[in-house]
Design a protein around this ligand. Structure first.
Ligand code: FAD
Length: 823
């Protein structure tokens, strides 16, 4: 097996060593700057509350695995998990609703929960103030991870299995040669390695700097206190530092609670963000103890004052207590709250697993161990992939601002469509000014400004035919939504509309090895039709979907490739680099041309007439998926006949300097055809009506092409592509679950995604995407459902605790499918 060095013996590093050694890897060294008995990182003082429910399925899967692993990790009859359960209380009506939504996620991710009335909360947790609590969510399998103990047991277990631990050994450099990691440097000498994994927690930025890798995490101090002894908590038979009561969250006031024997432990996220530079903490001393460790800063009592007042209100027993111990403990926050897991983009063999909570630690370690040993992980890693950030999102100022914002919002009720307020306007299309003039309402995604809808289209609401009129929505689904999207959908289906597609990633893949590389990475024969683009999939070794791509062969050795995520760019670039190293005369280069180009989607039944009026027959006459490079009114463009909305038309690309002119040209020409600018909200509804999937939600690495209903994109005659062996013999018929379209029976209840779906009274799946389908005037949703749930089956979607009836429907929706085309 490869020679592995893991940096850091916290809860992540030790779990990773354990997961690797249990998969048969036998040359593992863990290097730790602190003393092994108490290394002094975040794990050494973590109170270890594990609330498993998360809006992200991936994060909940990680947490579930941590719970099961720590339950089985035991010594002297005591495991490393005290399964006291979790209770999240609501003290505001909004939170009470939010707990219903959260219960939906839990059901979707198969975590058992119950919604509790005030009485039930009090029965479970008698110390609560009855007047404050409106209700709660009880999660019986949550509890307390004994993180420091788990680290010690994992060190003992893995040492026995042959893992070497070096303590008091700071890693001062990472050695590399020719794009590969070769080892690490310490004051005691070098250690050779083919794989180095940084599990250095909030020191990750410093380790990243050794290999020129900006790590988008910010170390922040977070307050935690312990009270003195409380009679109310003094129960016989409670282990020292133990707990009987459920762990408790009071998110309305940014607080959480656990017992430490007869004392309360209280954590607080409501204070000002307190960023820390890890390098300023100096070397970890030889002696570390509970009170004195690098990750523990002095308590600032004034920051805790509001928390103490709120705590005394929620838990009246605290009125008799006092805080006897407090500290500002350091751990990592990231721009989107997710961990950072993955490989360096250009240094092979260097990995990171950082910004990981104790809650997710064993799950992250398992996933990374699977990735290292088999090439793919069971759980989809997109939410925590190091490569999910765009370059601009790695800028220190961006990381600092957004991570602090993430700290502030950590317990807030966040709407799924809620845009970031700042920083904004980092990346805009060349025709941004036109979008602004039309009253675009932007949301931010990957630092791009993307129009959701255009206020200028409001005046067309009065012209909207009755069968296109939107229905009224409930207050939650009406947020960050406008009925104007109905106008934009109507115009796209009946006239013509322009969409800003610039933020979708475009790559130039070129070189003598480019064709072979793309053949290797995709499921279709991308060179079959020289004048046609190919819509195809990239799979991992296990057949899971890594992304969908559109490939157009512009010249023998040059391809235009549309991808939908930065992780796809990372994957293609890395593979190109590796292939080029192995066969230098068959090199391939990958360039991200997104920012240097612009893209307009021109779609609708009148689009061909409009193109003819522009005297652009080479575009107007393109066959399905055909492409051409031409001049339109003197502007050099590449046009591909493809559609994200299921209407005739093209994506038209030009370099950035011509973007504004191209917009002006199309806009002016479109006036005679009633053109509108349309936003992402309309696009999402239209693409769902047509049965088009979005990667990251409707299909991920946890799904194969057949389950996703994209089996037709796997060329049965093609061999040798990544994932080919895994998918051989699979078919839609052999899948035990399939992505299905649901239409909502009442015609008005719009859901937003991640809600559980019930069939025959059982939760059998969850909503991936949802929208109001304007064309059929009904809300629709996609959900993975077991194979036995056939067309016409009645199902229910749970939305804020309410069951909404829906029907499984064949796709694409019949009334939409006629004259329309697939992408
Ligand atoms: P660490 O435990 O920090 O381990 C990293 C290790 O790397 C350290 O031991 C460090 O010495 C070593 N290292 C760093 N640089 C080098 C180098 N150059 N050479 C060698 N070794 C190096 N999470 C929860 O899930 N639930 C909670 O209730 C919870 N409560 C928290 C309360 C507080 C007050 C704080 C601060 C954090 C809390 N967390 C909680 C978060 C959790 O503690 C951390 O996310 C987690 O412990 C991180 O584990 P780790 O292994 O990544 O990092």
């Amino acid at each position: 097996s490869p020679r592995v060095v893991i940096i850091g013996a916290g809860i992540v590093g030790t779990n990773l060593a354990d997961e690797l050694v249990s998969r048969g890897w036998d040359d593992i060294t863990v290097v730790e700057q602190g003393p092994l008995v108490m290394p002094g990182g975040s794990t050494s003082h973590a109170p270890g509350l594990v609330f498993q429910t998360n809006s992200s399925k991936t994060m909940s899967e990680f947490a579930k695995y941590t719970v099961s692993k720590f339950l089985s990790l035991e010594k002297d009859g005591q495991s490393c998990f005290n399964q006291v359960g979790g209770l999240e209380v609501a003290t505001t009506p909004e939170r009470l609703e939010e707990l219903k939504r959260k219960r939906g996620w839990a059901t979707s991710w198969k975590i058992e929960t119950q919604l509790f009335t005030t009485d039930e909360c009090l029965e479970l947790y008698p110390l609560l103030d009855r007047d404050s609590v409106l209700g709660g969510l009880h999660i019986p399998t949550d509890g307390l991870a004994l993180a420091a103990r788990a680290v010690q047991l994992l060190i003992a277990r893995t040492t026995k299995a042959g893992v070497r631990y070096l303590d008091m050994t700071p890693v001062t450099d990472v050695e590399r040669s020719n794009g590969y990691v070769t080892g690490i440097t310490t004051p005691n000498g070098s250690i050779a390695a083919n794989i180095v994994i940084s599990c250095a927690g909030f020191w990750g930025v410093e380790i990243g700097a050794m290999v020129g890798l900006p790590i988008p995490l910010l170390p922040l101090a977070h307050q935690y206190v312990k009270t003195g002894s409380l009679q109310a908590l003094a129960a016989p038979k409670k282990p020292v530092n133990g707990a009987n009561l459920p762990i408790l969250r009071h998110q309305d006031q940014d607080l959480y609670y656990r017992e430490h024997g007869d004392r309360y432990g209280i954590g607080y996220y409501g204070h000002r963000p307190m960023p820390v530079v890890a390098a300023s903490l100096g070397l970890t001393p030889k002696h570390v103890d509970e009170k004195d460790m690098p990750s523990r800063l002095d308590f600032t009592p004034e920051d805790f004052e509001p928390a103490w007042e709120a705590s005394k209100k929620l838990l009246p027993v605290l009125r008799e207590a006092e805080i006897t111990d407090g500290f500002n403990g350091i751990f990592s926050f990231t721009p989107d709250g997710g961990p950072i897991v993955g490989q360096h983009p250009t240094l092979d063999g260097f990995y990171v697993a950082e910004a990981v909570w104790v809650t997710h630690s064993a799950g992250v370690a398992k996933a990374l161990a699977e990735l290292l040993t088999t090439g793919c992980s069971e759980v989809d890693l997109a939410d925590c992939d190091l490569a999910r950030f765009e370059e601009v999102q790695l800028a220190p100022a961006y990381v600092s601002e957004t991570s602090q914002q993430n700290f502030v919002e950590v317990y807030d009720i966040l709407h799924p469509m809620q845009p970031r307020e700042s920083p904004r306007n980092l990346r805009v299309s060349p025709f941004h000014v036109r979008l602004q003039e039309l009253g675009a309402v932007f949301v931010e995604s990957r630092a791009w400004e993307r129009p959701q809808w255009f206020e200028a289209n409001a005046e067309l609401l009065q012209d909207l035919p009755a069968q296109w009129r939107p229905v009224s929505r409930d207050a939650w689904s009406a947020r960050f939504h406008s009925p104007i999207s109905a106008v934009e959908a109507w115009k796209t289906r009946t006239a013509v509309a322009m969409y800003d597609m610039t933020p979708l990633k475009r790559l130039e893949v070129f070189g003598p090895g480019a064709a072979d590389l793309l053949q290797k990475l995709t499921t279709s024969d991308i060179s079959k039709h020289p004048d046609q683009a190919t819509y195809t999939l990239m799979l991992d070794n296990g057949g899971g979907i890594l992304g969908d791509v559109i490939v157009a062969r512009l010249e023998a050795h040059s391809f235009h490739v549309g991808v939908f995520s930065p992780t796809a760019l990372d994957y293609i670039s890395r593979t190109a680099r590796q292939h080029s190293k192995q066969t230098p005369n068959q090199w391939t280069q990958v360039r991200d041309i997104t920012g240097g180009t612009s893209s307009i989607g021109l779609w609708g039944p009148l689009a061909p007439s409009m193109m003819n009026a522009l005297h652009a027959p080479s575009i107007a006459n393109l066959a399905h998926h055909g492409f051409c490079r031409t001049f339109t009114a003197g502007i050099p463009v590449l046009a591909i006949r493809l559609s994200h909305v299921g209407e005739l038309g093209w994506e038209i690309y030009t370099s950035a300097e011509f973007g504004l002119r191209l917009w002006n040209l199309l806009w002016d020409a479109g006036q005679a055809y009633g053109i509108v600018a349309a936003g992402r909200a309309a696009l999402n509804a239209l693409r769902m009506e047509k049965g088009f999937r979005d990667w990251g939600t409707d299909m991920t690495s946890e799904h194969d092409a057949f389950e996703a209903g994209l089996g037709h994109l796997v060329d049965v005659g093609k061999e040798g592509f990544v994932g080919a062996v895994a998918v051989k013999g699979r078919s839609e018929g052999s899948s035990s679950r399939r992505l299905r379209t649901l239409t909502v029976d009442d015609g008005r209840s719009v859901v937003l995604g991640k809600e559980p779906v019930f069939y025959d009274g059982r939760a059998v799946g969850y909503v991936t995407s949802a929208a109001f389908a304007y064309t059929i005037r009904k809300p629709i949703a996609y959900a993975y459902l077991p194979g036995e749930v056939v067309d016409g089956a009645a199902v229910e979607i749970e939305y804020f605790g309410r069951r909404i009836r829906a029907t499984v429907t064949d796709e694409p929706l019949k009334s939409v499918s006629a004259r329309k085309e697939r992408p």
